[in-house]
Design a binder for this molecule. Sequence first.
Ligand code: SAM
Ligand code: SF4
Length: 343
Amino acid sequence: MNAPLAMPVAAPLVDPFRRSVSYLRVSVTDRCDFRCSYCMAENMTFLPKKDLLTLEELDILSSAFIRLGVQKLRITGGEPLVRRGIMTYFEAMARHLDSGALDELTLTTNASQLTRFAAPLAEVGVRRINVSLDTLQPEKFARITRWGRFDQVQRGIDAALAAGLRVKINTVALKGFNEDELFDLTAWCAARDMDLTFIEVMPMGDLGAEDRRDQYWPLKDLRARLAGRFTLIDLDESSGGPARYVRLQETGQKIGFITPLTHNFCESCNRVRLTCTGELFMCLGQEDCADLRAPLRNAPGDPEALESAIRAAIARKPKGHDFDYSRQEIAGEMSRHMSHTGG
Ligand code: SAM
Ligand code: SF4
């Protein structure tokens, strides 16, 4: 791959609310081998392949952000590991780890492909990954993912641990679905030395027959239930995102709560999201996006045109999102699916 070098940082990216943008999430595909019921409709229409950025274009765009001060890159999707040739992109990003420009290269995955990819990912310098897992019961797993198999995912997680990757489990809190597994999930993760983060379900994308309000389990209720059994010690750490953490005194385990709907986390937001077609979303909870594919393709040899398009987009980063489930109505619902922007 003809890769651009990471040059010294120009003026870093700062938005109108004086938040530095140091974290880029890159959705490398909108496709997936699962059809989780809160994420996708069963018969999803995916983007035509010709609309996708090539891996080389993803490299050029990601490298431009790194030149402008992005220090953390999370690769997501859809399912990032189903994108053909994806290791080429990881290998390309590894040079920014080697140069010190990038602090962390990481991944969010459903783990279905990890038996194949865990070792190569560790080899290029990935240290930590997030794995999404909502239940430990194979029958329920098949139901929620529609197309997934629990044993395959479990083997993927084992492969990641064996390759020396730190694994954090992300679980979407779903009313009437995994409420009864709160303590099983906690124990399962503790036994494997894995942290666990719960996510409130967000109103993104049309799901066909599913109703969001039927799925919504507020994390304040989940947290109260956890506090009935464990001593929760609040931790101060923040990754500039919507997660808050506690440590369970009895197990030493870290538990996260991502509450985009009930908490305002926007003041410290440090991230933007790039889709596989080159749209940049400055906020997960707003429709506004900037097209970076046009400046990339119109002036292929001109990094300045791309950088000024990125700066112009960051200047439009909104103060916050408008999600709200209150009063039995869903406000701020997004038409796009999470798999489009990357979770
Ligand atoms: N396929 C990968 C995976 O599942 O980890 C990466 C992409 S997935 C869109 C990223 C994260 O978004 C997952 O943890 C998933 O559970 C979460 N997610 C998807 N739809 C969501 C929704 N409507 N509300 C909250 N989280 C959602
Ligand atoms: Fe695929 Fe991840 Fe969405 Fe599930 S949550 S359908 S694994 S993209």
